[in-house]
Ligand binder design. Structure first.
Ligand SMILES: [Zn+2]
Length: 143
C-alpha cells in the first residue's frame, strides 16, 4: 500500500504526483514557478505536502526579496564567500546569529533590510569588515 497516495477531496479521484505552474503574488508582483504536489486530473484540485510547502515558502521569500530590494540567497552566499567568512562568522560579525546565514542562503529566512544593507555595503567595500571585527573585539573586551 502506498501511504503517499491522495484521493481528491472533491471527487475521490486518485491524485497524481506532478509539477505544475503556480503563481505567487506579493505587493502586485508575480512569480510563476513549477510546484510539486498531488493533482486531480478530473477537477484540478491540488494537495501539497511538507516539502512542497517548503519549496513554496522559499519561492515566496525569493519574490519578497526581489520586490522589496533585498538580497537573494545566491547574492548573500556570493558576498559572504567573497568576504572569506563562514556562515557562523558572518552571523556573528554582520548579525543574525550563528545559524542565520545557513537559513538566508537556503532561502528559508528572508534577510532583514539591515542585514541586506550591511552586506551590500561590505560587497562594495570589503575593507569595512575590518572595522566590524575591531568593533566586535572591543565590545568583547568590554563585557
Ligand atoms: Zn478532483
Amino acid at each position: 500500500m502506498n501511504k503517499d497516495q491522495f484521493l481528491c477531496p472533491n471527487d475521490g479521484t486518485p491524485m497524481r504526483r506532478d509539477l505544475r505552474p503556480v503563481t505567487l503574488t506579493y505587493k502586485g508582483e508575480n512569480l510563476t514557478f513549477d510546484l510539486a504536489g498531488w493533482y486531480c486530473d478530473k477537477c484540478g484540485e491540488s494537495v501539497h505536502v511538507g516539502r512542497d510547502l517548503k519549496d513554496s515558502d522559499r519561492m515566496l521569500n525569493r519574490l519578497k526579496a526581489r520586490t522589496d530590494g533585498l538580497l537573494s540567497p545566491e547574492e548573500i552566499r556570493r558576498i559572504r564567500r567573497r568576504l572569506g567568512l563562514s556562515q557562523a562568522e558572518a552571523g556573528e560579525l554582520v548579525g543574525g546569529g550563528p545559524r542565520a546565514f545557513q537559513k538566508y542562503e537556503a532561502g528559508d529566512l528572508l534577510p532583514s533590510r539591515a542585514i541586506s544593507s550591511a552586506l551590500t555595503l561590505l560587497n562594495r567595500d570589503p575593507g569595512g569588515l575590518e572595522i566590524l571585527k575591531t568593533t566586535r573585539t572591543r565590545l568583547g573586551r568590554a563585557s
